[in-house]
Design a protein around this ligand. Structure first.
Ligand SMILES: [Fe+2]
Ligand SMILES: [Fe+2]
Length: 301
């Protein structure tokens, strides 16, 4: 069968030669502004030449940092697929690249194209290795303040409750939506365009949906500050996992790495997080998470 991607053929080739078959792996929230995290990326390697790596956002804030990490990873993995996180979309005042909003995103997409890294703007690749076929759909859905605290019905009321609780996401100062008037307007445009593309995927193929923010609200439930959910997704994507036949959903952003099942679909958070966070965990930091072939995971609550 002809497929849009030659890497699937490389996987089959490796199988025939008796080499290790490829796996679809994922990681996110590398935050390489921290030296210890940069060292983890420096050590990150595939188990086989046929492995693909999903990088689910928050590589860093500075364009040169993002370029460095994606260059390193794209030289090692058969294919790297990146989606933007909120940190990539910030315009820090000391970054020589002062592009904002859509222009900044498009600049990062152009760097990815130079490196052969796939983004939400490319045709969706098909994983033909073990556990496939599955369409890998990198998404950039953003958020729209619809994960509101109980008893609030507008963005303004929700933000007031968050502010009173002392919770304001740094995005409010650095994530500019230009040329859209607001982040939620940018989100609406992303949702409409993405929905149309997902609807074109042949119905006999399952998908792996990859987005920086969770695409259902449930993963935000254990947040220490529940008001922070405002900056963590949109209700507009809640039916996407079932509607678009997701075998799994991969996300980051919360820095709460775990798997939960929602409506029969595993939602897998693959974040590394900040050194102060991963130092508290028992597991060694910087482990890639296997997405395909699927592995049994005990759901965590
Ligand atoms: Fe993050
Ligand atoms: Fe994030």
């Amino acid at each position: 069968m002809q497929t849009p991607c030659s890497e699937g053929d490389r996987t089959a080739e490796a199988d025939r030669d008796g080499a290790a078959p490829g796996r679809l792996m994922a990681i996110s929230d590398l935050h390489i502004r921290y030296e210890e995290n940069r060292a983890i990326v420096d050590r990150l390697r595939p188990a086989s030449d046929a492995d693909w790596l999903l990088v689910a956002g928050d590589v860093g804030e500075y364009v040169e940092d993002i370029r460095w990490a994606l260059t390193v990873l794209s030289r090692r993995f058969a294919k790297v697929i990146w989606v933007p996180g909120n940190h990539e979309l910030w315009t820090p005042s000391n970054d020589p690249v002062q592009l904002r909003g859509v222009q900044r995103y498009e600049h990062l997409v152009a760097i990815c194209r130079e490196l052969g890294v796939l983004t939400p703007e490319d045709p969706y690749p098909v994983w033909e290795g073990e556990g496939g076929p599955a369409v890998i759909a990198p998404l950039f859905a953003l958020y729209d303040y619809s994960f509101r605290p109980p008893g609030t019905h507008t963005k303004e009321a929700a933000l007031a409750v968050a502010e009173q609780a002392g919770v304001v996401c740094t995005d409010e100062f650095f994530l500019h939506p230009d040329p859209y008037p607001t982040r939620e307007a940018w989100c609406r445009a992303r949702i409409a365009a993405t929905e149309a593309r997902l609807a074109e995927i042949p119905e006999d193929l399952p998908t792996v949906l990859v987005n920086h923010w969770p695409i259902v609200r449930e993963p935000t439930e254990p947040l220490w500050h529940p008001e922070f959910a405002l900056w963590c997704g949109t209700k507009a994507t809640a039916n996407w996992p079932r509607r678009f036949r997701a075998a799994s959903v991969v996300y980051g952003h919360l820095h709460i790495p775990r798997t939960i099942e929602v409506d029969g679909v595993p939602h897998i958070e693959v974040s590394l997080g900040y050194p102060r966070e991963w130092r508290r965990r028992k597991a060694a930091p910087g482990q890639q998470v296997q997405i395909l072939p699927a592995v049994a995971r005990a759901p965590q609550f």
